[in-house]
Design a protein around this ligand. Structure first.
Ligand code: GLU
Length: 296
């Protein structure tokens, strides 16, 4: 596969994700979320000093914000009602570690621009959906992680010969999701690029297919999921040109919850690897679980 150029760790992780998505996106649901629990559900969990955990406990369920239009990461099959992908399994693993099995998870689709508010308002108890850890977002929410590292990439029409990397974007129209780090990067650092934005990446992909935009930009792992759904029309070009570290969004200041989930991530390398192998790692490319940051 032409994409296997090792430039830096972020790029390698992203490429692995990308290649795997080609498999998971059309694989037929081996990582679906329905049915019996994939992860051992912890019993008698108590986390003292966590308002978020207390809220979940009294509600008897956990509300998790996700994406549902990102094949291989966070995807809802409208026909079967099954959710699949790396993020979905990470969410299920975290929920199980807190004592909530699959039947006690309520998923809420939350777009990129709405994540901070959804977490801060308490509409979701946590968020798992290609959510990059940034200092700006940390002003409003807490993060557990990173649990995955990828980088910004480009998706173009299969027959496009003019855009081969981010260096070819001047004068072109590029689409990304409102409130996302890739959109911000283009707006700040690529002044000659025309920008279109939608709430969802799937809307950008539609615009690309209709010829309304020249490229879609976001994390390469996400883009390869779209390319693999429509390989006759779409392709990913270039190498990742940023580093995006995915975190689990939680309410700001809930250090006790952060500590508990960070411990789960740290002690769960075997589980992480299993999730990776079952989703993004289906390409056969190995990446290491990133070391989660300490909670502050
Ligand atoms: N990881 C980037 C972000 O958090 C892009 C993907 C997304 O919008 O979910 O903004």
């Amino acid at each position: 596969m032409a994409l296997f150029t090792k430039r830096r760790a972020g790029a390698v992780a992203s490429i692995a994700a990308a290649a795997a998505l080609a498999l998971t996106a059309c694989g037929g649901g081996s990582d679906s979320s329905s049915g019996s629990d994939k992860f051992e559900v912890a019993k008698d969990v108590s986390i003292s000093g966590s308002p978020t955990f207390d809220k979940m406990k009294s509600a008897g369920k956990i509300i998790i914000g996700v994406k549902e239009d990102q094949p291989g990461l966070g995807y809802l099959d409208a026909a079967t009602g099954e959710r699949s992908g790396f993020d979905i399994q990470i969410a299920q693993w975290m929920a199980a570690s807190l004592g909530f099995g699959s039947d006690k998870i309520e998923y809420k689709a939350v777009d990129s621009a709405a994540r901070e508010q959804a977490i801060a308002n308490g509409d979701v108890n946590m968020y798992v959906g290609t959510y990059s850890i940034t200092d700006k977002r940390k002003e409003q929410v807490g993060f557990v992680g990173p649990y995955f590292v990828t980088g910004q990439g480009l998706l173009v029409a299969k027959d496009n010969t003019t855009i081969n990397s981010e260096k070819d974007l001047d004068g072109k129209t590029v689409c990304s999701a409102t409130g996302s780090t890739p959109l911000q990067n283009i707006q700040q650092n690529f002044p000659k690029v025309k920008v279109t934005s939608f709430d969802k990446y799937s809307q950008c992909v539609e615009a690309l297919k209709n010829g309304q935009v020249d490229a879609v930009t976001t994390d390469q792992a996400i883009l390869i999921g779209y390319a693999s759904q429509d390989p006759d029309k779409l392709k990913v070009v270039g190498e990742p040109f940023t580093t995006e570290k995915y975190g689990i969004g939680i309410p700001k200041g809930d250090t006790a919850l952060c500590e508990a989930l960070t411990t789960t991530l740290k002690d769960g390398n075997a589980t992480w690897t299993k999730i990776y192998d079952d989703t993004l790692g289906k390409s056969g490319t190995k990446v290491e679980q990133p070391t989660p940051d300490a909670c502050s």
